[in-house]
Design a protein around this ligand. Structure first.
Ligand SMILES: C[S@@+](CC[C@H](N)C(=O)[O-])C[C@H]1O[C@@H](n2cnc3c(N)ncnc32)[C@H](O)[C@@H]1O
Length: 247
């Protein structure tokens, strides 16, 4: 997976992606991250990248010229095969399906990180972009959303996580949240690990995990169940009643 990030704050990206699993993914050439300082594309001698909004109001906006220049440079470096994403609270909400879609895209993902009050609207007018939101709240910049999306997509790439199947049974796969997990000790402050997990009976463990994934989902995120594929028995056995699936 290839990603180019256009930002005023390269260190935010570098430090977040330069540790642990994603650091190893880059060292193993599974993930290629290129970071571009937006200021380097400014057209005046002061390297100005922001200005006041027409019509007044507080805050500053990122100017269009450096962004167009940065995108043109990245496009030329990547032979035009790019998919441009602007993190924005006004975009489509990011989710696991989008992460899968990003991880399978053969094009280079280019993230343009907004800051201050955002980006001059002519960027979205003149460049083919997708706006993607992390959720209904406002962050100070697009760097953390870009890092979040890259992380969520990159860990789905074959070979990035330690075990080949590590990402297969996680929350949101099959529209279910994950089942609870336990590690040693067997007993802690009077709380014991469910016996079935110690039984060595793989079929029983699989059934327990599936049942508890369904219970977890119905209790915490019943909205997901409308998309989940459940057997008639599983629907019948829903702890809060099958009717909740329709809500
Ligand atoms: C302070 S925000 C600008 C918010 C903008 N004035 C508005 O009300 O829509 C600055 C930048 O942070 C990023 N950002 C903030 N919240 C975000 C969110 N929920 N999802 C994705 N990006 C976000 C965007 O890149 C945005 O341009």
């Amino acid at each position: 997976m290839r990603c180019d990030v256009i930002t005023l704050f390269p260190e935010l990206i570098r430090s977040a992606l330069g540790e642990s699993i994603l650091k190893r993914a880059q060292a193993n050439a599974l993930l290629d991250i290129q970071i571009h300082q937006l200021r380097d594309f400014a057209v005046d001698k002061h390297h100005t990248t922001d200005d006041v909004p027409y019509g007044g109001g507080g805050g500053m906006l990122l100017k269009p010229e450096p962004i167009f220049a940065a995108v043109e440079k990245v496009k030329s470096l990547r032979d035009g095969a790019v998919r441009i994403i602007i993190p924005s609270p006004q975009g489509k909400i990011f989710n696991q399906k989008m992460a899968e879609n990003f991880s399978q895209d053969k094009r280079t993902l280019v993230f343009i990180c907004g800051h201050y009050e955002g980006i001059d609207a002519r960027v979205a007018q003149g460049i083919e972009i997708e706006e993607v939101s992390l959720g209904d709240y406002i962050l100070t910049g697009g760097e953390l959303p870009a890092v979040t999306m890259i992380d969520a997509a990159a860990r789905l790439l074959p070979g990035v996580l330690g075990g080949a199947t590590s990402a297969l049974h996680e929350s949101f796969e099959d529209s279910l949240l994950e089942h609870p997990h336990y590690t040693r000790p067997y007993e802690f402050r009077g709380m014991q690990v469910p016996e079935v997990l110690l039984s060595g009976n793989h079929g029983a463990i699989r059934d327990w995990r599936r049942a508890h994934a369904i219970i977890n989902t119905q209790e915490r995120r019943p909205d997901l169940l409308t998309e989940a594929v459940l057997s008639p028995d599983e629907k019948q056995g829903l702890p809060l009643g099958p009717c909740l699936m329709e809500e």
